[in-house]
Design a protein around this ligand. Structure first.
Ligand code: FAD
Length: 415
């Protein structure tokens, strides 16, 4: 793999940037792989890289029906954080933040990790109670989460200027300093480049249309480019989980819902922190490195595979943002888009074996960009060892039978 550095940049500048190596190959599918991973988003590509790096398993293909990161990885609002409620969640999300902070070096790829901090407004005693509970769990695991008075909010966010007659007055806030923004498609590309360098075949424009089974175990995948034999098949296809799992005869306990986001025209830097107006349906906003004000809210409240959302959510979230930041009134809407979330009933992800031998599922859930490195690492562990990683022991499918759910109020609104 060609190393990116100040020296390679200078060298290539001198030759007019004509000699950069191809970032990854586009091989033809082999007849057989040890592992086929369905889904070329961050989770699938990351799992392939960890399989190769941590477990020495390199006869691996990542099969992607479109282009790398063209699913939800390239559509999310780039926020990564670990403020969660449950014991099973906080260490998993903390690990993900740790990994995010190391990844750029490990992958030799700039992921533009920007530690902005997240400020969640407290506008009701109900939110206060949840945040206190969250803070208690987080403190047990050494994660910083602290109350913040309005004076400090004003110091940190000079444009914070809510009117005195707000629908729900803001009493204070809670702050996670380590919450960050990470360049989303760079995560897919960085993993892809490093996995390719270790021998993983990345097959774009290759759609899995069937999963072959014999004697209760997988034998391969049918694709639009022919049949590919595989000893193990793993899916990481956020938004298409039910469809792909159904190919293996498995019904997942999930519902697919659209999630949308939109950005303003770019402006000069005015907002460093990620802001969550939780009591207004989890509206959140931040300023991207390009200068756009990025706005989002919870998922549209109905199942759909259409990658578009509805106007009432945009209207509601925009009204919430303008109430707290009236000066944004003059901004123009630049771009709007949507993706799909495979929502589990307890709000936590699924990283699990299944009843089909050799078939594994990673369901990212409602906010799976933040979990990408931890999910990928623990998914690779599960695929390699047929046993869950210690961090994901409680995130298996069996919890929906046993009733030992991991209910996460920490994810329902603010991604
Ligand atoms: C608008 C929006 C904002 C979000 N904001 C955040 C956020 O700020 N923070 C956060 O943590 N999360 C956020 N999320 C959620 C996050 O984006 C996803 O959970 C995460 O990206 C899932 O990653 P993945 O790799 O599992 O899936 P994806 O990136 O969706 O990759 C799955 C891939 O599988 C492919 N695929 C599907 N079916 C097949 C098939 N049959 N054959 C071959 N390939 C197939 C798809 O083409 C796709 O590329 C947001 C999501 C949206 C839509």
């Amino acid at each position: 793999m060609q190393r990116y550095s100040i020296f390679s940049l200078a060298r290539n500048a001198l030759t007019g940037h004509k000699n950069w190596q191809q970032v990854w190959r586009s091989p033809s599918p082999k007849k057989e792989y040890d592992v086929v991973i369905i889904g070329g988003g961050g989770h699938g590509l990351g799992a392939a890289w960890y399989l190769a790096r941590d477990h020495g398993i390199t006869n691996v293909a990542v099969v992607e029906k479109g282009w790398l990161g063209g699913g939800n990885t390239g559509r999310n609002t780039m926020t990564v954080r670990s403020n969660f409620l449950r014991e099973a969640s906080v260490p998993f999300h903390e690990k993900s933040l740790d990994l995010y902070h190391e990844l750029a070096k490990d992958l030799n790829y700039n992921l533009m990790v920007s530690e902005r901090g997240m400020i969640t407004f407290i506008q009701s005693s109900a939110v206060n109670r949840v945040q206190m509970q969250m803070a208690n769990t987080m403190h047990i695991y050494g994660a910083k989460y602290r109350m913040m008075g309005l004076d400090e909010v004003r110091r940190r966010v000079p444009i914070f200027d809510p009117p005195d007659d707000m629908r729900l007055p803001i009493h204070g806030a809670i702050h996670q300093p380590r919450a960050s923004m990470v360049r989303h498609d760079a995560v897919a590309w960085g993993f892809a480049r490093a996995a390719d360098a270790r021998g993983v075949d990345i097959l774009q424009q290759t759609e899995v249309t069937g999963i072959a089974r014999e004697n209760g175990g997988v034998t391969g995948v049918q694709t639009n480019r022919g049949f590919i034999k595989a000893k193990k098949v793993a899916m990481a296809v956020a938004g298409h989980g039910s469809v792909v799992a159904d190919m293996a005869g498995i019904r997942l306990p999930i519902v697919t819902q659209p999630l949308q986001a939109w950005v303003s025209e770019p402006i000069k830097p005015v907002l460093n922190e990620i802001i969550v107006i939780r009591s207004y349906h989890g509206t959140y906003l931040m300023q991207s490195d390009k200068g756009e004000i990025v706005i989002g809210q919870g998922a549209d409240p109905y199942p759909s595979y259409a990658q578009r959302g509805t106007i009432p959510i945009i209207e509601d979230a925009t009204a919430a943002v303008l109430e707290v930041f009236p000066s944004f009134e003059r901004l123009k809407l630049l771009r709007h888009w949507a993706g799909m979330l495979d929502m589990t009933f307890d709000g936590s992800p699924i990283i699990s074996k299944t009843d089909v031998k050799g078939f594994y599922v990673d369901v990212a859930g409602s906010g799976g960009f933040k979990t990408t490195p931890a999910a990928a690492k623990t998914f690779a562990h599960l695929i390699a060892n047929d046993e869950p990683h210690v961090l994901t022991g409680e995130l298996g499918l069996d919890r929906f039978h046993s009733g030992r759910l991991v209910p996460e109020g920490g994810v329902s609104a603010n991604h």
